[in-house]
Design a protein around this ligand. Structure first.
Ligand code: ADP
Length: 408
């Protein structure tokens, strides 16, 4: 490994990414094109990024020594997930390592309560919230909102884990009692039209860029489909959401890409739900549907290059996640891919090299809509979406949702 690093020394930069998941794997693809090197800190050789980059440090994101070893000689240290203890990152910063986003920003992606407090202080729109210190604080908040509330773990939740859409007082009290000391917050249940995501990038120089705001479709608390740009979104609300996301990036001192997950309310406002300071599922469409992908942009941003053009390449691009099926189909993934290639030559497939477990994100499909369509035409958007979902369902289940028989 040392020899491999030495051959690159003094030429193009190495970026270290903490975590060896699919985001690191796809960032590696972008690094290859830019002639850079992505080193990953991975727990094991079978992780998605560890399979594809030659520069892997094996270890734990919770070990300061492992983080140091991974950061050694790299131009910047960045993340595939947000679970690295900030105190370790502060130590690395003090030792002269460039950590992007810096720990002073990353804390707001780790801790939902601190994030909500900070954004409220800045006057930015968030759902009403309260820290739950005891039963009385829950009852007070619940009654104030007619028990239309959501409970969340302050730290560590993802893909809907750590979020309870409770059905009234009894269930809320039960969740609190069962939380066994895990710090929780309560949040007003938002009467929403849909969920949106505003993806932005910010460089240390202070340059900012936004992609078009997208619609994210969730199933079972997990992102299933992304429609880019979000159809039927008023221009002024889209501009407002983009400006809001850039403002969050600037105020918090984010470096790299960030997804600002938003609720579009039935009354036509947007509220900030969550921040992800790394490439994000809602930005996967950009790999095929935008001039610059979120992965390339993340590298440009953490290395303080000028940012790339974020324009969409088509009136609409739809991303659908390939999720592990409840029962793994008898047909191999290779054969499913073969059939998909035969039936949908334009489908862009991204597989993460992960074993299928139920509902696990194992890949995604992008369908870039034809240039002749319009985002304002619901039939065109629906047709692109149907193809993306059909392809993703096929890859998960070896079943065509339209009943097509591949051997027919
Ligand atoms: P995670 O960290 O698991 O992604 P989120 O905070 O994004 O958790 O919540 C997961 C999902 O739960 C959201 O995508 C949304 O569908 C729903 N949800 C979360 N907060 C609220 C809320 N305040 N009101 C209504 N639905 C919510």
């Amino acid at each position: 490994m040392a020899g491999v690093r030495a051959t690159n020394a003094g030429r193009m930069p190495t970026v270290t990414m903490i975590g060896g998941g699919q985001l690191a794997r796809m960032t590696h693809q972008a690094a290859v094109a830019l002639g850079q090197r992505l080193r990953v800190l991975a727990a094991s050789a079978d992780e998605p990024a560890a399979q594809v980059t030659p520069d892997v440090v094996f270890g734990s994101h919770e070990s300061l020594d492992d983080l140091r070893a991974a950061a050694s000689g790299a131009a910047a240290l960045t993340f595939d997930h947000e679970h690295v203890p900030v105190e370790h990152l502060e130590t690395l910063v003090a030792e002269g390592i460039t950590v992007s986003p810096p720990p002073t920003a990353l804390i707001y992606a780790q801790d939902k309560l601190r994030m909500r407090r900070r954004l409220s202080e800045l006057g930015l729109p968030v759902p009403d919230f309260a820290e739950l210190t005891d039963e009385a604080s829950l009852i007070e908040f619940g009654e104030r909102h007619g028990w239309q509330i959501v409970l969340k773990s302050i730290r560590g939740g993802y893909d809907g884990r750590g979020v309870w859409l409770v059905d009234g007082r009894d269930e809320a009290l039960r969740v609190l009692a069962d939380s066994a000391g895990t710090p929780l917050l309560a949040e007003q249940r938002v009467d929403m039209r849909r969920e949106l995501s505003a993806m932005v990038a910010r460089s240390p120089f202070g340059q900012g860029a936004t992609w078009p705001v997208v619609e994210t479709v969730q199933r079972h608390g997990q992102c299933a489909v992304v429609i880019a740009p979000a159809p039927d979104l008023a221009d002024d609300l889209a501009r407002h959401a983009e400006a809001l996301a850039l403002q969050v990036a600037t105020e918090l001192g984010v470096v790299g890409v960030m997804a600002v997950e938003l609720f579009e309310t039935v009354s036509g406002d947007v509220l900030v739900n969550e921040l992800a300071m790394r490439p994000h599922n809602s930005g996967h469409w950009s790999m095929d549907g935008a001039v610059t992908s979120q992965f390339e942009q993340h590298l440009r941003a953490v290395l303080d290059y000028p940012l790339g053009d974020t324009a969409a390449r088509a009136p609409v691009t739809v991303m659908a996640n390939i999720l592990g099926a409840q029962t793994e189909p008898a047909m191999s993934m290779d054969e499913r891919l073969h059939h998909l290639c035969a039936r949908m030559p334009d489908a862009k497939v991204h597989l993460y090299g992960k074993g299928a477990r139920p509902d696990r994100k194992i890949g995604h499909i992008n369908i870039v809509g034809g240039q002749d369509g319009s985002l304002d035409d619901p039939r065109y958007v629906a047709a692109v979406r149907e193809r993306a979902e059909r392809a993703a369902h096929w890859m998960s289940h070896a079943e065509w949702t339209d009943g097509w028989n591949e051997h027919g």
